[in-house]
Write a protein that binds this ligand. Structure first.
Ligand code: AMP
Length: 226
């Protein structure tokens, strides 16, 4: 039987890396709202063009674009045996809409996984991360020995596949980072409000782990509870 999992953590907490590991364990899709937006932007779609304006500033893409996109994703065939949602819901409003959608479809949540990390540490981590052009889930970070990119012909390349590395524009802009974290840590209407909302959902198992330790230790802490 598959699992339905919500994955929370501030930008820079290692959520993408850990999500990819949990995905392998259950063989379910790892659905990242930010990555779906970036695919649209890369493909030059109308949705991508609309979303880019908000993403570049670190603002939330409006719900009338985001929610239908995510609900449609959850209705795809590969979600029949479960899914990991990462980056959505990101606000209390999105949480309430998602809860209503799940109820309508007769779906229940199995786990809420939360990586807890201090805002300052999260910021340092964001600025040092590098994205592999071949695979978003190849972890590369200039400040962590375990996932440091490797040097090839005087250039830093992906430690997993040797691919070219890129940074995200919104990762190098302190203003955008600050806005994204402002949204995340907001317990009234922001992502923390969504986390707290789902922590109280019936029958859900909540796994809260400390994100300040090594990648392997965070993985162990999560796997122990799954
Ligand atoms: P991420 O890759 O999760 O850091 O997301 C990158 C950007 O995509 C965010 O800063 C937002 O602009 C946008 N985004 C991602 N997920 C959502 C969401 N659930 N609601 C609104 N905007 C989102």
């Amino acid at each position: 039987m598959g699992k339905n999992i919500l994955f929370f953590g501030p930008n820079g907490s290692g959520k993408g890396t850990q999500g990819a590991i949990v995905q392998k364990k259950f063989d379910i899709p790892h659905i990242e709202s930010g990555a779906i937006f970036r695919e649209h932007i890369g493909g030059g779609t109308e949705l991508g063009l609309k979303a880019k304006v908000y993403i570049d500033k670190g603002d939330l893409v409006p719900d009338d674009i985001t929610i239908p996109m995510m609900v449609a994703r959850l209705q795809k065939d590969d979600c029949k045996n479960g899914w990991i949602l990462d980056g959505f819901p990101r606000s209390k409003d999105q949480a309430v809409t998602l809860a209503e959608t799940l109820k309508k479809e007769g779906l229940a949540l199995d786990y809420v996984i939360e990586i807890v990390l201090d805002r300052e540490i999260a910021k340092e981590r964001i600025m040092g991360r590098r994205l592999c052009v071949n695979d978003n889930n190849h972890p590369n970070h200039i400040a962590f020995d375990a996932i440091k990119p490797v040097e090839k012909d005087g250039k830093l390349v992906c430690r997993v596949c040797g691919g070219e590395l890129k940074t995200r524009a919104d990762d190098q802009d302190e203003n955008a980072i600050s806005k994204r974290h402002g949204i995340y840590y907001d317990e009234t209407t922001g992502t923390m409000a969504a986390v707290n909302y789902f922590k109280q959902a019936d029958g859900v198992k909540v796994i809260s782990v400390d994100g300040s330790v090594s990648i392997g230790d965070v993985t162990d802490a999560i796997m122990k509870e799954l």
